[in-house]
Structure formats: structure tokens, C-alpha cells
Ligand binder design. Sequence first.
Ligand code: SF4
Ligand code: SF4
Length: 254
Amino acid sequence: MSDKITAGHVHMSGCTGCEVAIADNYAGLLTLLDKYVDWVYDLTLADVRHIPEMDVALVEGSVCINDKISVEEIRQTREKSKIVVALGSCACYGNITRFCRGGQQNQPQHEAFLPIGDIIDVDVYLPGCGPSPQLIKNVCVAAYLLLKGSDDQKALAEAYLKPLMMLSKRGTEACFCDLMYDVIDQGLCIGCGACAAACPVRAITHEYGKPQGQRDLCIKCGACYNQCPRSWFSFDVVNQYESIMETIDAAMAP
Ligand code: SF4
Ligand code: SF4
């Protein structure tokens, strides 16, 4: 395979938990850095002060729109990156920085934090607080194969990434009605309760293992949709899962 891709970690308003999740790949991270990725930007790990051109930007955290530097940084990230990944739930839908909204006690200072998809176009969503290390590793390898792999590898990488790309197109606009239509009514719900746990205004309850939404409480933040493991269910991925994982495992073999 050809040369490495460039990638970096852009830290907006997050707790650094997503960066810890990247590091939790241990030896896998070393393989990634050794074979596939030049890590060109990361306030914690690299001595680079200005956002450079890069193939993949992993953005952690939401954006405080009262902070001009943060707004400028996220705009530059979009301009200078081929693929922008919203890494973790704060970047995807605001997560904890939106927990003040709706029926909960008002904290006006938190109203200024927006998920990155409200400011720039985002290519891939990786929800989770933080996302699993394995998912981050798989997405990094798939991004590499999409940019530099053979035609077969590109096709498998695209199949794997497509549901996460679709999730980013929903952005923060999806709400409980979308969850109802795309997941529950399709018989895809596994009753895991992640939607109810994620809802910042407690608009979702579980009755007999099934989520029920109170639409008058819903503030349409997208949290339930993004956190639902079935909102990005894809028969393409299921049908090709073994080939996709074999390709990723082969790429990560020492
Ligand atoms: S039901 Fe979903 S979209 Fe509505 S407020 Fe709760 S988490 Fe947000
Ligand atoms: S998160 Fe998705 S799968 Fe889990 S209970 Fe809610 S709708 Fe069902």
C-alpha cells in the first residue's frame, strides 16, 4: 500500500475522554501511527500551534460560539481537512453541554455550546461518551483504506463507513419521531435503553422494555437518535461484516 495519511485531534469543548479512548487502543495505536497515520496536530501530544492541512480531523467536543477562537478553529478545521469526524457525543450532538436545556434548571452559559455539525459540514459521526477504542481504530483504518486502498478495500471501507456518514447527515436534527420511524417501527429496537439514558430532558421512558417518547417535552436535540446503536444499522455492513473485519485485521497485523 502507498504512503501514510495525515490526521490530527482537534480539541474543542470536551473532557479529553475521547482522546483517552484513542489512546486506549494501546499496541493498535502504535501500529496505526507506524504504518498508516502521520499524527500532525494534537494540542496534547504534538507541538503544533496552528491547524495544518490534514486528511482526517478527529474533532472532540462542542463549540462555544461566544469564543471567537473556537469558532475560527472549527472553520479552519473544515477548510483544511478532507474528512471531518465528529469524535464522541459532545461533537455529535452536544451531549453534556446541552443537559441544561428543556425542563431542567436553566444554565444560560451552556446555551452557547453547539455540536460541530451546527457550524460546519461533518463527514462522519462517531457517537459515544467516549466512543469505543475499537470503533475509533476501525474507522481510522477504514478511512485509510478509503483514501489509499485497492478498489476492493475501498468498497469494503465505504460500506463500513457509510452508516456513520449517514448519521452525520442527520446531524442534530433527528428527534424521537425519527427514532420511532427508523428504528422502533422497523422492529430494530433491542430495548437497550440508551435513548432514554441519553435524553437530556427525560422525554423518553421505558415501559415493558420499549421506549416511549413524550413529544411535548422533546427539544429535538438528536441525542437519542445518535446514541441508539440501531440508528446506524446497515444490512450492507452485516452482510459483509466478516470481510470488512478480516480486511481491517489484516491491515493491523504486525
Ligand atoms: S427525545 Fe431525543 S431528540 Fe427529543 S429531547 Fe430527548 S434525546 Fe433529544
Ligand atoms: S437506543 Fe435504540 S435500540 Fe436502544 S432502546 Fe432506544 S430505540 Fe431501542
